[in-house]
Design a protein around this ligand. Structure first.
Ligand SMILES: [Zn+2]
Length: 235
């Protein structure tokens, strides 16, 4: 990992935009807990309901459970504004429709900072990122620009050019760190709220404490703090 800078914290409002319930909880939630404890506003926009995430449960049943688990997960880290856009899970399309939808959300919430998760093809090394993460991340960067331009999507709210940067958690090209030593436990608890989903998972990711601690210790070592989470900052 290359040298990391401290994540700027001279802002008031952050809007997190991710594809699925649980995306923010695999690393970013502990940073959100730090920021809300400092008095900052953080809101979440979920592009899908994550209804295709549990292979043994039909989507119409999973949809409600995953929404409820996300709302509970948000409450743990001080987030009460949670919105679901209802795009179909697993087949999110990067394009004008998604850009318009995300630009409208950015214009409505008027954030200083936009948050999401890794949108690159890989998580680092030979791995393949989820199609929805790639689609949402790329459309989101476009939508931040779209939101600032009054002539783009003029019927989708008043232009907002106040976004200073977009930051992607769990990126293989991390540039910044957040010290989450004091809020790590809240991040774990936030992930544990996805109980139905976690019961379905196998392997490392099914154990919130161990999975998150491994990542936070490695990031903390790179950053020179106890526990950390990292972001790629663009903008
Ligand atoms: Zn996801």
């Amino acid at each position: 990992m290359t040298e990391l800078d401290a994540f700027p914290e001279d802002w008031d409002r952050a809007l997190a935009v991710v594809a699925h319930p649980d995306d923010m909880e695999y690393g970013a939630a502990s940073a959100v807990a730090r920021w809300t404890a400092q008095g900052r506003w953080v809101g979440y926009v979920l592009v899908t309901d994550g209804e295709a995430g549990i292979s043994t449960m039909p989507p119409e049943q999973a949809r409600h459970i995953r929404r409820e688990e996300q709302v509970a997960s948000c409450a743990v880290v001080g987030v009460t504004d949670v919105e679901f856009l209802g795009h179909p899970d697993g087949v999110v399309v990067e394009g004008l429709e998604l850009r318009r939808h995300l630009a409208a959300e950015i214009r409505r919430y008027r954030p200083d900072v936009v948050l999401s998760i890794n949108h690159h093809d890989s998580w680092g090394g030979p791995s393949w990122n989820h199609a929805d993460h790639r689609a949402v991340g790329r459309a989101l960067l476009d939508a931040v620009r779209d939101a600032a331009n009054p002539w783009v999507f003029p019927d989708s709210g008043e232009a907002w050019d106040g976004v200073r940067f977009t930051a992607f958690n769990a990126s293989p090209q991390a540039t910044h760190f957040v010290d989450v030593t004091d809020t790590f436990d809240a991040g774990v608890e936030s992930l544990q709220c996805h109980a139905t989903y976690l019961r379905h998972l196998q392997g490392d990711m099914a154990n919130p404490e161990a999975f998150l601690r491994g990542g936070a210790e490695a990031a903390g070592q790179a950053a020179g703090v106890g526990l950390a989470t990292t972001f790629e900052v663009i903008g």
